[in-house]
Design a protein around this ligand. Structure first.
Ligand code: CA
Length: 235
């Protein structure tokens, strides 16, 4: 056992069984809540290390559960949602969920999301607050101090805003960041609601860092939600 307890909130028995079996096989302890009332009760009485939350529950809106838990706890929350509900995913992330998986999903995807969520919550709890000076994945290096990005040894020549976008994604590598979160972070709250500025920058960034901008290796588009940088090494 790795000592981590994961609370799974899911009313569909088949999916709940699938998730708890995968987690147990990977040495996580699991708790299962079949509705929102149980979820809130288990979250307060057992203080799990991670919560996997289905948004479509019989008794409560999953978004209200995030809202409630975030008033007192920073426990990572991974949302499980149907493919068609992009607006829910965005709202869940903006309410403080850490990530999401889309139904149907496989065991490797679920475990990758779980590991990423644990890594980020561990970073958040270190004395440095998760500060890193370098991020590397594949050929891409992001140097936070020099404010430059390299492919191999070559400086790709990002503009200041392009670098801010790349470094934000690198800091949260493996996690999806919503359009609104990124835009607010880079340009401030007043530009909100217009993703075009971000899309234009992303097209330029991809031309500079991706071998084939149409099939990116480093920064993925999460349709209707935002962007995700592939996982890498921090130092
Ligand atoms: Ca459900």
């Amino acid at each position: 056992m790795n000592g981590y307890t994961v609370l799974v909130v899911e009313d569909e028995q088949g999916i709940a069984g699938f998730m708890t079996a995968i987690l147990k096989a990977n040495e996580y302890k699991t708790l299962l809540a079949k509705n929102g009332a149980e979820a809130l009760m288990y979250a307060t009485s057992y203080c799990p290390d991670l919560i996997i939350l289905d948004l479509g529950l019989p008794d409560m809106d999953g978004l209200d559960i995030i809202r409630s838990i975030r008033t007192w706890s920073q426990t990572p929350i991974i949302v499980v949602s149907a493919r068609t509900h992009e607006r829910d995913k965005v709202e869940a992330l903006d309410l403080g969920a850490d990530d999401y998986v889309t139904k149907p999903f496989g065991s490797s995807e679920l475990l990758a999301r779980v590991r990423t969520a644990f890594r980020h919550s561990a970073l958040r709890n270190t004395s440095s607050g998760g500060d890193i000076s370098m991020f590397r994945t594949g050929e891409l290096t992001v140097d936070f101090a020099k404010r430059r990005a390299y492919i191999g040894d070559t400086d790709v020549g990002l503009t200041q805003n392009e670098f801010r976008i790349v470094s934000l994604l690198a800091r949260y590598a493996g996690r999806v960041l919503t359009y609104d979160y990124m835009i607010t972070n880079i340009w401030g709250p007043n530009v909100k609601g217009d993703n075009r500025i971000l899309r234009v920058h992303m097209a330029n960034i991809r031309r500079k860092i991706e071998k084939n901008p149409g099939a990116p290796e480093y920064i993925f588009t999460e349709a209707g939600v935002g962007y995700r940088m592939t996982e890498g090494d921090r130092s």
